[in-house]
Write a protein that binds this ligand. Structure first.
Ligand code: TRH
Length: 382
């Protein structure tokens, strides 16, 4: 049975909001045969992660998803779908909410929440909040345990990753497309982060690495820090910089599936926010997280909540070195020293990253969990 879904995305900043909703929309169509409309208020961000979108269009069908540019002029002819998702609590248009309440069969209204590894998430996942118009809004939390909605993971993702990794032809062709040439013996790292005042400490350490490192950096907010370290005014895609054991190559921002391939090419990935953080986990290689900063250091609680889960199974020394490194990466502690002290454990972390990935893949994925949630609600109301 094909069910209709409306997903609303208001871009707060950066690419995480649209990154999550676009991936979810695609997956609902491709794997669950659902009819999906995605309403996004920031077309520029959308075209960055999906450059095939026409720059000026207000509505387009892309990979089976009907994508609408959501502006303040809401076309009130649109009938609400069977399932309505407000991503990250974005307020829906008032006329749309009125129309939801008027439907004969009430739509399932879901607030898709931000990702957190904190324990309280399991208690709140799936809770209903009665609304003044008689509808109920359900809170749906992604997460890392069976008691949450799980993580976005496409069917066959890990198998595709494995095939890609085994094929030097595919990998080399992809890197050529990026304009990157790898020298013999180079380890590949990727860096996607926010501004990082202490980045120079890490770059200094990389110049002294035992093996040569090629650091691939998609254009974005961290480039200012890299440019200052390298002694340039600015850096652009295509720029290459070399100092001792470290080569840096700035690459263009690519569509989402290419970002996955980039992660799969690398021995170490630095990710950020929410979406790239999850994708780095599916890459099954050691990674680090630049968490989205919040007031009163609230993000550090979230960071530690994730680490409390992630570090289970590592030796105490590797776990401690990883925690110290992740804190330093997020501005707390000396990054150079933390990197030096973490490096001896890289082998252990490599094996651990793959087993974490396999354990996470045992949980239901987020899109399937949402479809299942809808089916369950239908059977309650039948
Ligand atoms: O961009 P982010 O920092 O996004 C967010 C937002 O700031 C949001 O408001 C905040 O709440 C959230 O973080 C926690 O990081 P994120 O979540 O990793 O999203 C980046 C997206 O960009 C992700 O879908 C991957 C994609 N991407 C590409 O498609 N191509 C690229 O080349 C790169 C580097 C990323």
């Amino acid at each position: 049975m094909s069910v209709s879904w409306d997903i609303f995305c208001s871009v707060v900043d950066n690419y995480g909001d649209i990154g999550v909703t676009w991936r979810l929309a695609r997956q609902l169509v491709a794997e669950h045969n659902q009819e999906v409309r995605l309403f996004v208020d920031d077309w520029v961000s959308f075209t960055r992660i999906h450059p095939e979108a026409a720059p000026e269009a207000s509505t387009q069908r892309l990979l089976g998803v009907e994508v609408h540019h959501w502006t303040s002029e809401w076309p009130d002819i649109l009938r609400p779908a069977d399932v309505v998702i407000e991503a990250f609590g974005c307020p829906l248009p008032a006329v749309y909410v009125e129309a939801m309440a008027c439907r004969t069969v009430q739509p399932l209204w879901i607030n898709l929440e931000y990702l957190s590894a904190e324990a309280w998430v399991e208690d709140c996942h799936g809770l209903a909040s009665p609304q003044p118009n008689g509808l109920k809004k359900f809170f749906f939390f992604p997460g890392f345990t069976a008691g949450t909605g799980g993580l976005l993971r496409e069917h066959g993702l890990l198998e595709r990753r494995q095939t890609f990794r085994m094929s030097t032809v595919e990998r080399d062709a992809f890197l050529v497309q990026l304009g990157v040439s790898v020298r013999p013996g180079e380890r590949l790292f990727s860096l996607f982060s926010y501004e990082m005042p202490s980045l120079h400490d890490w770059l200094d350490e990389l110049t002294k690495s035992a093996e040569p490192v090629l650091l691939l950096i998609p254009e974005g907010r961290v480039l200012g820090n890299v440019a200052r370290w390298a002694g340039y005014d600015r850096l652009m895609p295509g720029d290459v910089y070399h100092r001792r054991q470290l080569r840096i190559h700035i690459i263009p921002f690519r569509q989402q599936d290419d970002y996955d391939r980039l992660l799969w090419c690398c021995d170490f990935n630095a990710a950020r926010g929410e979406e790239s953080f999850i994708r780095a986990q599916w890459a099954g290689q050691p990674f680090i997280w630049h968490i989205y900063p919040q007031d009163k250091r609230a993000h550090m609680l979230k960071l530690d909540a994730f680490l409390d889960r992630y570090l289970v199974g590592l030796s105490p020394a590797a776990g401690q070195a990883t925690r110290v490194l992740w804190h330093a990466w997020n501005g707390e502690g000396s990054l150079g020293q933390a990197w030096r002290e973490w490096m001896p454990y890289v082998g252990e972390l490599t094996a651990h990253a793959e087993s974490w990935c396999a354990r996470q893949a045992e949980h239901n994925d987020l899109a399937s969990a949402l479809v299942h949630f809808h089916v369950e609600r239908l059977s309650y109301s039948a």
